[in-house]
Design a protein around this ligand. Structure first.
Ligand code: DNO
Length: 361
């Protein structure tokens, strides 16, 4: 694996490339052209400029998160073909710049959803949290406005203000999109882009739906082992892969995370690793990465990634906000840096003990 950190780009992130470079073991960033709306073409010179900026700090671009998918593609409108064409050209430009991993999601209207962006935790930190009762009792537009208003002035991924004014129209446009239709539209999109991915060696890594069930009655299709494998089978190319995200798949306690990792061997192109704490009333919040701070056994998760020979980029995921940091909720420096060190420690321990057992050390 390759340890990385997500970086939103200059002007969008409170964390600098130099700070990222100083986290032991981090070799690259997962970044994006945050100024682009879904559906727009990314020109090669913009990608090149971004790459130069990252490389000037002795880091690499280990992948893009995200090249977002235009809603017309998800809805399956005739206009989707022009947006797919832009997507393909963007992939070509990324491929020409040597970028080989693209994370995206296929969630309708909203990306990931949390109902509290600064819930106080037992240790005095604040974390992202989810309570289904809040979603059930709120109008989606109000929810969108609240999320935007609570983001400390940062543009949150998936909650870009440009989309804020269109929530009602978007819901209307999705009204006949069932889970089956959404799945067919995903397959249509993947079939169209796969030849380009194969030509440039670009690994597509779909991000699971977060949380892993329908919110605001919108369908969600990447939620468990069964539907992930169904998607792999529908477009059976090694470039059609997954972002294995513990925090998203782990929202549903029926998901056995190490078992999903093993079932997806060869198709996991990117990993988001973090812990969650589940409560008996069905709510959850994001814990520190450490196993004993939350509900997941992080050793078993990292061990499963090691076992399947995972060699793609991995990143700590949402962190707690600690030590008075002012940052985008979930995306400060301190707790993610601790997360990266912890995952690196787990990996080194697993690697060395495996080698020792095999008498290689
Ligand atoms: C949340 C992220 C998601 C993810 C997208 C991928 O913090 O994990 O926004 O980047 O779903 O397209």
């Amino acid at each position: 694996m390759k340890m990385t950190l997500r970086w939103f780009g200059e002007g969008y992130d409170s964390v600098t490339l130099r700070q990222i470079r100083q986290i032991p073991g981090v070799v690259g960033v997962i970044t994006t052209l945050y100024n682009h709306q879904a559906g727009e073409l990314w020109e090669r010179d913009e990608i090149h400029a971004l790459r130069e900026k990252v490389e000037a700090e002795a880091l690499e671009i280990s992948g893009i998160e995200s090249v977002n998918i235009h809603d017309d593609i998800k809805i399956g409108l005739p206009s989707r073909d022009k947006y797919i064409e832009n997507y393909i050209k963007t992939l070509e430009n990324l491929g020409e710049e040597g970028i080989k991993m693209v994370c995206y999601n296929f969630m309708p209207v909203f990306d990931w959803t949390r109902t509290n962006l600064a819930k106080p935790r037992h240790d005095g930190s604040t974390v992202l949290a989810y309570d289904q009762k809040v979603v059930d009792s709120i109008d989606p537009q109000v929810f969108f406005n609240q999320t935007d208003a609570n983001s400390n002035g940062f543009v949150m991924p998936g909650w870009e203000p440009e989309r804020l004014g269109h929530v009602k129209e978007l819901f209307e446009a999705y009204k006949d999109v069932t889970a089956d239709k959404l799945f067919d539209n995903l397959v249509y999109f993947l079939k169209a882009i796969m030849p380009t991915c194969e030509k440039y060696g670009i690994n597509m890594a779909i991000h699971p739906d977060d949380p892993a069930w329908p919110v605001f009655d919108l369908p969600r299709i990447i939620t468990n082992q069964e539907n992930i494998l169904k998607m792999f089978k529908a477009v059976d190319s090694p470039y059609n892969g997954l972002t294995f995200c513990t925090g998203s798949l782990g929202t549903d306690l029926k998901n056995d995370l190490p078992s999903i990792i093993r079932a997806c061997k060869g198709r996991i192109h990117f990993a988001h690793v973090r812990n969650l704490q589940h409560f008996p009333d069905g709510t959850f919040e994001e814990a520190a990465h450490l196993s004993r701070d939350g509900s997941f056994d992080m050793y078993e998760i990292v061990n499963a990634l090691y076992d399947i020979g995972f060699d793609g980029p991995i990143r700590p995921d949402h962190g707690r906000t600690v030590w008075g940091e002012v940052c985008m909720p979930g995306y400060g420096l301190y707790d993610r840096a601790m997360g990266a060190c912890y995952i690196n420690g787990l990996w080194e321990g697993i690697e060395k003990s495996t080698q020792r057992k095999a008498n290689l050390l």
